[in-house]
Design a protein around this ligand. Sequence first.
Ligand SMILES: Cc1cc2nc3c(=O)[nH]c(=O)nc-3n(C[C@H](O)[C@H](O)[C@H](O)COP(=O)(O)O)c2cc1C
Length: 300
Amino acid sequence: MRLLNASGCLDALTAPDVAAGLDTFVTKTVTPLPRGGNDPVRIAETEVGMLNAIGLANPGIDAFLTHVLPRLPRPVWVSVGGFSVRDYTEICERLEGEDVAAIELNLSCPNVDEAPSGGGEVVAAARAATTKPLYAKLAPTADVAENAQAAEAAGAGGLSLVNTVKGLALDERTLRPVLARGAGGLSGPALRPLALAAVHACHQATRVPIVGMGGVSRGRDALELLAAGASDVALGTVLFSDPGAPARIRAELEAELAAHGFADPDNIVGAAHEAEASTLDLESRVGRKKGLHTRANVAG
Ligand SMILES: Cc1cc2nc3c(=O)[nH]c(=O)nc-3n(C[C@H](O)[C@H](O)[C@H](O)COP(=O)(O)O)c2cc1C
């Protein structure tokens, strides 16, 4: 199991110590042209999580390649976004010769009006444009398993689950939306059961590895995403309030695993799918799956 950050939730250049606590750094989504993003207010807190409407603010691929990418820690995944299939393929092509371990295709940003439709089409075009591993990042919609299957069929080697979902906060006094844009992407604790359900459904529906994220703030949350079928876990909103989260969550996860009788987090991947799991025989049955978390060699 690797611990990553969720795209857009950590700036490795201003917080290198936090990034050093992760196994892989994931960039904020990069688009072909620079974007200032949406007008402020772009962040709001709710009792159950955070709303953001950043709107893919980023320096654009030219400045990213020149000024940002060379200074980022390795291994690094680059999150790629756009408003047309060509936007995605252009960035994939530009990254081809770079020291980038994987590309995460952001197919699910709730904060832009002109998002591309047809995730499968974007993945297929990106697949043709790069030799790098491709992760399709999806939102926890009702059809997430179908979207995941379409992404897998189009050549995605993995899934990043989940992106935020649209939420709205109203000002206590004026009853107007707090965010200038109106609605924003809801992240944090409220997203956790949705993320678990999406990971659970996509583990059943596909054979590719899954990076699980959405409301992880404790080792127990990471444990549950692994049990639902994620093989890696990413931290998002928690990093804004607790820069020590990577080390803390790792330690808590280790304790959770030990309490369930597991030495290795890879052994618990998919445990929630085991029929009639009992604490006594869980390890031996799940243990048989060890090594299959890449899921490339599953028969059938
Ligand atoms: C402030 C903020 C900015 C984000 N920016 C991006 C982004 O650029 N690209 C992306 O794919 N996801 C972005 N996300 C979504 C996160 O990567 C993640 O999918 C989501 O927040 C769920 O995880 P969490 O509940 O642990 O935060 C952003 C989330 C937040 C809170």
